[in-house]
Design a protein around this ligand. Structure first.
Ligand SMILES: Cc1cc2nc3c(=O)[nH]c(=O)nc-3n(C[C@H](O)[C@H](O)[C@H](O)COP(=O)(O)O)c2cc1C
Length: 325
């Protein structure tokens, strides 16, 4: 067992988190993560309505007795989803841990705190981590530049970012982005983190509710097979390289605007990639950590193997490096 401030304060067996994943973070993903003793998050906005989220929470509870959380991603949108209603659905369902991401959690903190909910805010810079801490979050999850999804605009990789955050942040830190195995877990602990958060690695498990072809593509891919879209719009997102992401990059690089790529980047097309396994259908999110992924284990095998190998690295491999002279 590896015990950290995170495992104690969040009452989780292992210092491993499965962060929110649009279209992937459903009951089928989260329940086995909870059963394996890690902390999984349903993704609120994967559900079309707050009522559907309430049902998804209930469905997850039918699949596991262990606690799990809900991710609430706040992103710029022309017609934003009803965030206050999703928040109410989370609170009324009795969820005890929330992962916020995308934008400051300030508007949501009073209601979550009044309900006694622990909030982990996921961000991409030390300044945002400090800001979240000042708002009263219970932990920060910090995504390095390697991560799948939104790495922010600072382009600071996790090796620097986590260590820089650990110098200043006082609440527990969850290192996120680029972590897919025991080596990443041990490295994150060495940098000063109290746990790790993984997205891409959990996508590539037996239970992840996405098409087998997506999982096999992740296994076959390298660290070079992701690209950054929306750079010129300052809303960068790391996705898989395919014809659609290449086209989006080209159009924006040539001076195009969001309206010129709107149809290509439609969320529904990304959802169809996961449903049909047609890898060229739309944008799909994946991180550079796919380079480290060589198999499609069950969630339980993944979590238990990661912890066992991390213990072996710490006490078997690293311990003996220290010699008395
Ligand atoms: C398919 C996919 C969808 C994601 N969707 C979201 C999301 O909706 N909200 C969010 O906060 N993070 C989202 N993320 C980011 C993950 O929660 C996590 O921060 C990230 O995957 C960490 O990097 P890694 O993939 O290298 O482990 C997504 C990641 C993936 C792989």
């Amino acid at each position: 067992m590896i015990e950290t401030r995170f495992t104690r304060e969040f009452n989780v067996q292992h210092p491993i988190v499965q962060g929110g994943m649009q279209w992937v973070g459903r009951a089928e993903m989260v329940a086995p993560v909870a059963d394996a003793g890690a902390l999984g998050f349903l993704t609120a906005l994967t559900q079309p309505t707050p009522e559907a989220l309430v049902k998804e929470i209930a469905r997850t509870r039918e699949m596991t007795d262990r606690p799990f959380g809900v991710n609430l991603t706040i992103l710029p949108a022309i017609s934003p989803p009803p965030y206050a209603e999703y928040r109410a659905a989370i609170i009324e369902s009795g969820i005890r841990t929330v992962e916020t991401a995308g934008f400051s959690p300030a508007d949501h903190m009073p209601a979550f705190k009044a309900a006694g909910i622990k909030v982990i805010h996921k961000c991409t810079s030390v300044r945002h981590a400090l800001k979240a801490e000042s708002l009263g979050v219970d932990a920060v999850s910090i995504d390095g530049f390697e991560c799948a999804g939104h790495p922010g605009e600072d382009d600071v990789p996790g090796l620097i970012l986590i260590a820089a955050a650990a110098r200043r942040v006082t609440v527990p830190i969850i290192a996120s982005g680029g972590i897919a195995d025991a080596r990443g877990l041990v490295a994150a602990l060495a940098l000063g983190a109290d746990a790790v958060n993984m997205g891409t690695r959990f996508m590539c498990t037996v239970e992840a509710p996405i098409h087998e072809k997506v999982k096999r593509r992740i296994v076959a891919s390298t660290e070079l097979d992701t690209t950054l879209i929306f750079r010129t719009l300052r809303n960068t997102s790391r996705v898989a390289v395919n014809t659609i992401s290449n086209e989006v990059v080209e159009i924006l690089r040539a001076g195009g605007e969001f309206a010129d790529v709107r149809d290509l980047v439609a969320g529904v097309r990304g959802r169809e990639v996961y449903e049909t396994g047609d890898l060229e259908r739309g944008l799909w999110t994946v991180g550079q950590s796919q380079a480290l992924i060589e198999d499609i284990p069950t969630v339980a095998d993944l979590v238990h193997r990661m912890v066992a190998e991390a213990e072996e690295i710490i006490s078997g491999k690293l311990g003996p490096l220290v010699v008395a002279r």
